[in-house]
Design a protein around this ligand. Structure first.
Ligand code: ZN
Length: 176
């Protein structure tokens, strides 16, 4: 479990917490504890006003991510991806992205337009899911987290340096 939590809500860690740079471990046990963790991840994500959350963001270095691009409006859009991998992708699209671990930072990121992901559900069953637009982008962003990659690493060096300078400034001012 993560270092800090209140009830079901885990604290979302911010860059440069080292857990964010570490690839998550493969999940091998699909038990009640995992189900509980997934529930807590949804609660923590909603509490942080996010539409996607990866376990490393709550200091749990495992390959688990939850997504709800409808933000509570449609339970059918709740997605749980355990040990996900992108098995197919096409096209290119550029949109602005943000991240709960990089508050205030929003930058345009190039992603595949369409992806097919293979993952396991909370019971360990393998399934495939396709996504475009926000879901496609979100799955790519969250799977990056499981590989220890933040979206700022997908920016040009110039853009990334500007973002890092901005973060340093906010840290200096106690705003980070
Ligand atoms: Zn993120």
């Amino acid at each position: 479990m993560s270092k800090k939590r209140v009830g079901k809500i885990h604290e979302v860690v911010k860059y440069p917490d080292p857990v964010l740079a570490k690839p998550g471990e493969t999940v091998t046990v699909f038990d009640a504890e995992l189900k509980q963790l997934v529930e807590e991840m949804f609660e923590s994500m909603y509490a942080a006003q996010g539409i996607g959350l990866a376990a490393p963001q709550i200091s749990i270095s495992q390959r688990i991510t939850v997504i709800d691009v409808s933000f509570k409006k449609n339970p059918k859009e709740k997605v749980v991806l355990i040990n996900p991998e992108i098995i197919d992708r096409t096209g290119k699209t550029v949109e602005e992205e943000g991240c709960l671990s990089l508050p205030e930072i929003r930058e345009k990121v190039t992603r595949a337009e369409w992806v097919r992901v293979r993952a396991q559900d909370v019971t360990g069953k393998t399934f495939e899911i396709e996504g475009t637009e926000l879901l496609g982008r979100c799955m790519q962003h969250e799977i990056d987290h499981l590989d220890g990659i933040l979206f700022i690493e997908r920016l040009s060096r110039l853009k990334r340096d500007l973002v890092l300078r901005r973060i340093k400034k906010m840290q200096k001012n106690g705003e980070w």
